[in-house]
Ligand binder design. Structure first.
Ligand SMILES: Nc1ncnc2c1ncn2[C@@H]1O[C@H](COP(=O)(O)OP(=O)(O)O)[C@@H](O)[C@H]1O
Ligand SMILES: [Mg+2]
Length: 328
């Protein structure tokens, strides 16, 4: 068989059947449906809930109580702010970064013991505990807490540390309690005792300034820094007045607001170890009576903090007529 014969045989083989019948091209025009085939448009399904809400998660407001100075009232004011927010019905998380003392956590554990001892139900926060005790863990736990809590209260120790810096960096509000002492002011600014001139900003003010620098954030966020006068006395001493004048000079340069805090009262020291505030005395009357002046000053402190809580602002705006008028 020659080459040509083989070619002829192959051509004679039948073609494989086409699996899909070929479409006519161009396609035939579709006949218009008669009128009775025209249906009413289908009603649109209602928009699902997940499309109606913003996609960004709810963002808890972080309040950091910090001052590179011990014994100024950070834990006391953090505890009162925390319990007031809980009483107002806000969901709060509390975290103590002062790992050597854990004052805030110990007060909150004492609160749970008081609940059992006096058989009452007291409002309280969720407690965040750090296990690895480093900045990454702090950041991760704060991210989680921000989703389910409307406020996160952080008590920062009286010394500089990477974890304290991280807490300050993540704060929406920084509260720095100070006492009426020029030694306490050193961390905020140095004032010449003779001329009263501001010489330089203090280390803590520089730290906050550094953490607030626009370059540190993609979008600089509005940070509220509040310096709070704690343990002031009823009759302002000459020294207290001088300290206030000095703070007023430092405030515009360092970028903080100066607000009134708690006055010097034994009751804050007495109730704190039991994890109680004056407001809990309504539930446990055997421990004493609510002092209206103290209550008013706690409310004034909360008002000055200007927190984004409608519930708290409603509670502190309305005078509590049920409160006893007796002063301790
Ligand atoms: N307003 C106040 N009145 C009376 N005592 C106070 C007041 N604020 C704080 N203290 C007391 O001062 C001490 C230091 O307060 P604390 O809150 O522990 O400060 P920090 O956390 O800054 O170290 C504690 O003994 C506390 O009971
Ligand atoms: Mg403390």
């Amino acid at each position: 068989m020659g080459l040509f014969d083989r070619f002829k045989r192959r051509k004679a083989l039948p073609l494989p059947p086409a699996s899909v019948p070929a479409e006519p091209w161009p396609p035939e025009p579709v006949a218009a449906f008669p009128d009775y085939y025209q249906f009413e448009p289908e009603p649109q399904a209602e928009q699902p809930a997940w499309m109606k809400y913003p996609v960004t998660p709810p963002k808890g407001h972080i309040i950091v109580f910090a001052n590179e100075k011990g014994g100024v009232g950070k834990s006391t004011s953090a505890f009162h702010t925390c319990i007031s927010l809980c009483n107002a019905g806000e969901r709060v998380s509390a975290l103590d970064v002062d790992l050597r003392q854990l004052t805030l956590h110990r007060a909150l554990w004492a609160r749970q013991e008081s609940e059992r001892e006096y058989n009452v139900k007291l409002a309280g926060p969720d407690q965040i505990m750090l296990v690895q005790q480093n900045e990454n863990e702090l950041e991760e736990k704060l991210r989680m807490a921000r989703i389910h809590s409307s406020f996160i209260i952080i008590d920062v120790g009286g010394h500089d540390s990477p974890i304290a810096r991280k807490a300050i960096f993540m704060a929406d509000t920084i509260v720095t309690p100070v006492n009426d002492s020029f030694i306490d002011l050193d961390m905020l600014g140095r004032i010449d005792p003779r001329t009263g001139e501001l010489k330089t900003l203090g280390n803590f003010a520089r730290l906050v300034e550094h953490l607030k620098e626009p370059g540190m954030f993609l979008q600089p966020k509005a940070l509220d820094w509040v310096v709070m006068q704690n343990r002031s006395r009823n009759f302002a001493t000459k020294n207290e007045k001088k300290v206030m004048e000095a703070l007023e000079k430092i405030a515009p340069i360092a970028g903080f607001r100066l607000v009134p805090g708690l006055r010097e009262r034994v009751t804050y020291r007495e109730l704190f170890p039991m994890g109680l505030t004056l407001f809990d005395l309504d539930a446990i009357p055997e421990l004493g009576r609510l002092q209206p002046k103290a209550r008013d000053e706690i409310w004034a402190m909360l008002r000055a903090l200007n927190l984004p809580s409608a519930a708290l602002n409603r509670a502190i705006a309305i005078p509590d007529e049920t409160a006893s008028v007796a002063e301790k």
